[in-house]
Design a protein around this ligand. Structure first.
Ligand SMILES: [Zn+2]
Length: 274
């Protein structure tokens, strides 16, 4: 069985880590804005509703509060930090201590609960930068699965146990020309990849979970080109629709990450199926 999980990072606009700061900044500004993210959240949740599938939004708590839960209603909401923290300190130069990590986890879980009314079960580290001090405590905050790792694309891409929880990785492999491709759609939003690249990539999998990932703000704003004009937005939306609907047409069964966790219990776990 092949599952398709459409995952969306609901985070601040064109975010990046900056030296000396734990929280993310937006593009070249040192500000924090979520306008593009709010627009993109509505565009993507409407697309998923149109296709009659439920997606998983990995929400940065601050942006979720700014954007509001109604823009992602009906979909799973999981965690993506509070301020899109650079937990590992790889760029900021300031790795977070355990007390600060715990503070972020507690505040972000509580914020998602308050805003959505539901307890988040999943986590994705900002920038996909995961390290043991963060990952080893996720279970204590009710997190049951994580999606912060890339896995080698093959005929089988299965969830596995790591850090005491289920890891549902984002596939990464090589395209026909030998270039690296991950199932993160951002090169497509930037004009460097087309839907066909991702459809080809997914066609190589025979069983497991194919996790597609994207960002809300990337539906209306790009890193290279700034705010998209109307034609660019429409093409961007058509491209995302094309990838998702082609995979479903080819036999992929769409589901949320929490559903995939139940359907593909990692070997050695006591997770229930169904
Ligand atoms: Zn992010």
């Amino acid at each position: 069985m092949r599952a398709l999980c459409v995952t969306v990072d609901l985070d601040r606009d064109v975010n990046r880590a900056a030296p000396g700061r734990t929280e993310a900044v937006c593009g070249d500004d040192m500000c924090c804005r979520c306008g593009s993210s709010g627009e993109g959240a509505i565009i993507l949740s409407e697309l998923l509703d149109d296709l009659n599938i439920r997606g998983t939004f990995f929400a940065e708590a601050y942006t979720l509060m700014s954007v509001g839960a109604s823009s992602v209603s009906g979909h799973e909401v999981a965690l993506h930090g509070y301020d899109h923290e650079d937990f590992t300190g790889q760029v900021s130069g300031m790795p977070m201590c355990e007390r600060d990590i715990r503070d972020v986890m507690e505040r972000s879980v509580n914020t998602v609960k308050d805003v959505t009314g539901a307890t988040p079960r999943g986590f994705r580290a900002p920038y996909m930068r995961a390290h043991d001090p963060l990952m080893s405590i996720l279970g204590e905050y009710g997190i049951e699965y994580d999606s912060s790792e890339y896995a080698s694309m093959g005929r089988s891409v299965m969830p596995y146990l790591k850090w005491g929880i289920t890891e549902i990785p984002v596939p990464k492999g090589k395209d026909a020309s030998g270039r690296t491709i991950a199932a993160y759609l951002w090169p497509m939003h930037e004009g460097n990849r087309g839907p066909r690249d991702y459809i080809e990539m997914a066609s190589g999998m025979e069983e497991g979970v194919f996790v597609i990932a994207t960002h809300t703000w990337h539906m209306v704003e790009s890193i290279k080109g700034g705010m998209m004009d109307r034609a660019r937005r429409e093409k961007n939306l058509d491209d995302v629709r094309n990838v998702i609907s082609s995979l479903i047409d080819s036999g992929y069964e769409p589901m949320t990450m929490e559903q995939a966790m139940g359907r593909f219990p990692p070997s050695g776990s006591n997770a229930r199926t169904g």
